[in-house]
Design a binder for this molecule. Sequence first.
Ligand code: LLP
Length: 434
Amino acid sequence: MDAGGADPSVRELVARHPALRLHAQDGLLLEDVPLAAIADALGTPAWVYGAGTIRARLAHLRRTFAPTRVHYAVKANDHLAVLRLMAQGGAGADVVSEGEMRRALAAGIAPAHMVFSGTGKTRAELEAALAAGVGQINAESAGEIDMIAAAAAATGRTARVALRINPDVAAGTHDKISTGRAGDKFGIPWGDAAAVYTRAAALAGVEPVGLALHIGSQIVSAAPYRAAWERLRGLTLALRQAGLRVARLDAGGGLGITYRDEAAVAPEALAGALREILGDLEVETMIEPGRWLVAPAGVLLASVVLNKEDGAIVVIDAAMNDLARPAMYGAWHGIVPLDAVAAARPASPRMVAGPVCESSDIFARARPLPPLAANSRVAILDAGAYGAVMSSLYNARPLAPIAMVDGARWTTIRERQPLEAMWAGETIPDFLSG
Ligand code: LLP
């Protein structure tokens, strides 16, 4: 994901994030709350999410794509407070496990506005989804259609099913987050879709309602979307020609953001393409974005533990177990000192490293940053998506606390995990006693 060219400066990074401001005395603010106050209260590492930012981004996307419905991809950030914001803002949910479904229900998202996606839904999950009244199941294989039929029979429900097709389109994103090429594990090859749809229509308890696709994540250009949606259009027309009903099209998620210098396509342009390609088909349309809605609304706060080699290496107290993206995908995240005076000092190239015993536990290499003294603090930007949800307990590091700001207010929405809680479910077997 790292591109060539120069890294943006601290000043440029802040200017590019409407939710952030560097205040001369209070330092870096998220919405109207000094992040230093949250770091003082909760310690570091700590996540902070901006409710106002999430609200505004959801409203923007819904307005831009209307009448297309927005189903928030819960996997990007599944905190109950985030899901409540989605419910209040009129989003449905795209869920991929019973756990995500239960979270979305607990936060107040109506089951009718949920889509259950995923490559390996179990029979138990399918039954749970049907029993809960989930509005749509996106099926990813012919075999899954049979499992859905069996689950429908067992629960006495009718399953409204969309077939997730694999359009064989390269999304032009990182290999590990491309999902729509032939040979990727996702979806039904688009050439097989008509046969599977026909079979599904003949099964009791299964009502095929339409088609779905999702070609990848952090997609920054319109071209792959256009190619995939053209396939969706062609298939819809072919299915109708064959006398089958296609009432819904799920156009996927994947909308990219600017982490470093990516020229991410504007939602307005994508919405225009969607209207142009699918608009005359008289179908209900939906999208399932995750990252775009929440990534820029979150930061990970960290403290500098110490400097090595005259500040060429800055070791912080956040690690790959907290934010896995840099280690996992080579992802670039902006780093901004919380202190305005420190932020303004001349920058030189520094490595920012976490404390975990892995050479991939690096947040930045040769990053132009001002000197970062021990105990000073930084915010790692755009951490609201695929951040806390991907944390692990590696190196017995507990889950970090989470705060939510809303304008000038803030509160803790998850406490730091107590150390003992990490091993609370573990037992030492009797045969090891003595
Ligand atoms: N729908 C389906 C079926 C998906 O698999 C995904 C993401 C989405 C929607 C939402 O995609 P988004 O709008 O957030 O791009 N951990 C990776 C991203 C993995 C995405 C997995 N699927 C990362 O940190 O970049």
